[in-house]
Write a protein that binds this ligand. Structure first.
Ligand SMILES: C[S@@+](CC[C@H](N)C(=O)[O-])C[C@H]1O[C@@H](n2cnc3c(N)ncnc32)[C@H](O)[C@@H]1O
Length: 317
């Protein structure tokens, strides 16, 4: 719990509040507590009968939530992944429907800045990258044991890395003599292999992103989290999702589009059966940070917020 004091600057806070259209006595869920920037802003709008459920799969984040909101009966905290969202809501009240749910995807600044978590290619640390510390395979496990073909797939599909094959081949050759243990060992190998690149980004950016998404099963988690959110939103309840890279944003966009249109099988028919009616309504266009937010928080630069509202019609799967 060494980094309880390290801060994270929450992004798009006023925009998220507007998106959620917070009702003072409503029930809200922050699926990505981090250091609680969005939770805090929601809580400020709730009266004593409002409720806020906070989830994070990182035990330091949840320790922070518990310390910060100890004694506040409106707040319920859970050390849990998105895939347990419905179970967490049930633990507060069986079948609880929510008036708003926010996801602020990715990693927090304290996770990124703590070299010991292994997320950063700029600082030396163990090649770990697990948000739920100690659970499942670490990035080093993947780098040292996945086949070359699997590494190519991960780097290509999750990092959109153009040099995936070259980098995977070099990893497999190097690990024969010594397994990769440290972030900088991997970052240096990538810099060597991708030499001559003219991008502004560090050459290891895409591979590190790919490994992080893979190690944490981020896309599967997002898929399950969005499905659970849809099922748990009350009519007029709002879903607000901030993503930081195109793979996530594409999933969110497609999810919201799919559920805000009539099942194509029934499109154009005069009488659409309840199960084929849209469950969501899109709320506005996607929102990006204003220049003043970008100037004060460079980490907000790729943030994109999408918002949808649960309709009263239809039955969630
Ligand atoms: C960008 S930070 C959120 C910051 C937060 N909104 C704030 O204002 O401090 C993302 C957080 O979500 C958590 N997280 C990411 N994926 C998760 C998942 N599948 N389940 C639960 N928590 C997750 C991370 O551990 C991290 O703390």
């Amino acid at each position: 719990m060494g980094d309880l004091g390290v801060e994270h600057t929450a992004v798009l806070v006023p925009q998220v509040l507007t998106a959620l259209n917070v009702r003072a006595s409503g029930a809200y869920l922050d699926a990505t507590f981090g250091r609680g920037g969005h939770s805090e802003a929601i809580l400020q709008q709730l009266t004593a009968d409002g409720r806020l459920i906070c989830l994070d799969r990182d035990s330091t984040a949840i320790a922070c939530a518990q310390a910060r909101f100890a004694g506040d009966a409106r707040v319920h905290t859970f050390l849990a992944p998105f895939s347990a969202l419905a179970a967490c809501a049930d633990a507060v009240e069986s079948g609880l429907k929510l008036d708003g749910i926010v996801f602020d995807l990715g990693v927090s600044s304290p996770q990124l800045d703590d070299a010991g978590r292994g997320f950063s290619f700029m600082q030396d640390g163990p090649l770990d990258m697990r948000m739920s510390a100690g659970q499942g395979e670490s990035a080093a496990d993947v780098v040292n044991s996945a086949s070359e073909a699997e590494l190519v797939r991960v780097f290509r599909e999750l990092g959109e890395e153009r040099h995936a094959r070259r980098i995977a081949r070099a990893i497999v050759a190097d690990r024969k003599s010594r397994p990769f243990e440290r972030t900088l060992e991997l970052a240096q190998l990538i810099a060597r292999v991708a030499r001559g690149r003219t991008e502004r980004k560090h050459p290891a950016t895409r591979v590190f992103q790919a490994l992080r998404i893979h190690v944490n099963g981020e896309l599967t988690e997002l898929e399950k989290g969005l499905a659970a959110a849809l099922e748990r939103l009350a009519p007029q309840g709002r879903l607000a999702v901030i993503s930081f890279h195109s793979l996530e944003d594409r999933m969110v966009k497609q999810f919201m589009r799919r559920h805000s249109s009539v099942d194509p099988v029934y499109a154009g028919l005069p009488d659409i059966p309840a199960h084929a009616r849209p469950l969501l309504k899109l709320v506005g266009k996607s929102i990006e940070p204003e220049p003043d937010e970008l100037a004060s928080n460079p980490r907000a630069r790729s943030a994109r917020l999408r918002v949808a509202e649960r309709l009263a019609t239809g039955v969630a799967a």
